[in-house]
Write a protein that binds this ligand. Structure first.
Ligand code: F6R
Length: 259
């Protein structure tokens, strides 16, 4: 794992978008792992701008999202399929048949999860996985005490509160989700985790500099051979080794073109 600190949230988003765009230009049929949530909206806006202004081509890209709520159909505005269509898929030239999310409406959730892993393998595995982090330390919806493979997971009350602060009175809130497992994520060739804002500072410090523990699923990324954690100064506030992380960005050849 390496940590890159950028000054403002917008700078962290720009770097994330630039890494994705570079990977897509290098490999047009990239297998891209995607995340949802508030943090990613700016990343998708940036990718859409690159598509519109610079011809970033999604026509051959294949995508796999990390997670989906159980019981929400694709047309539900709270579902992650709806989110992805709205923020990215309907705004770029991606072939919707090449976009995959776990099926939260499947009759047989376990079979659907096994099938999801198989489809990822059939596509050759995920080249680049975009990740956010929740305050429980989750990546995808790998809440504390998470397992390795794609499966159903109970959402924590904290996550439900964060994602559904004002639940629709007649609809209730989803309490379970399907998520790629920690192992599924660790198998991705490259991971890029983006976290911005002071609200993420405590959990980023635990995930990056704390012990590797299933209580903080993101800490497993410390062992990944190519994982970049991109944070702004606010999200980096509680990190102890900032001078080293800054040195990496200033000196490592890989980052030269992004400086
Ligand atoms: C959702 C996902 C989650 C979010 C995390 C942060 O697909 O992967 O792990 O990335 O909950 O969400 P925000 O950005 O809303 O703070």
């Amino acid at each position: 794992m390496e940590v890159i600190i950028r000054e403002r949230a917008g700078d962290a988003v720009s770097l994330t978008g630039a890494i994705i765009a570079r990977a897509l230009r290098k490999r047009p049929n990239l297998v891209l792992g995607l995340a949802t949530g508030r943090t990613m909206v700016a990343v998708y806006d940036l990718l859409v701008a690159m598509y519109e202004d610079d011809g970033l081509d999604f026509s051959l890209a294949r995508t796999f999202n990390l997670d989906e709520y159980i019981g929400l159909p694709p047309e539900d505005p709270d579902s992650y399929r709806f989110y992805m269509n709205k923020h990215l898929f309907h705004r770029v030239n991606i072939d919707l048949r090449n976009t995959h999310l776990p099926n939260g409406m499947a009759d047989d959730i376990d079979a659907g999860c096994a099938q999801y892993e198989e489809t990822i393998q059939d596509c050759g595995g995920i080249d680049l996985q975009l990740l956010g982090i929740g305050s429980t330390g989750h990546i995808g919806f790998n809440e504390p005490l998470s397992a390795m493979r794609t499966r159903a997971k109970a959402l924590s009350p904290e996550t439900i509160e964060q994602n559904f602060p004002r639940p629709h009175p007649s609809k209730g809130v989803p309490k379970r989700a399907i998520t790629m497992g920690v192992g599924t994520i660790l198998e991705c060739r490259r991971c890029v985790l983006l976290a911005t804002g002071e609200g993420k500072a405590a959990v980023v410090a635990k995930a990056v500099e704390g012990p590797v523990t299933s209580m903080i699923s993101a800490s497993a990324l410390q062992l990944h051979p190519k994982c970049t954690v991109i944070v702004d100064e606010a999200a980096a506030a509680q990190l102890e080794h900032k001078p080293y992380y800054r040195w990496i960005f200033e000196n490592e050849p890989e980052w030269e073109e992004y400086r």
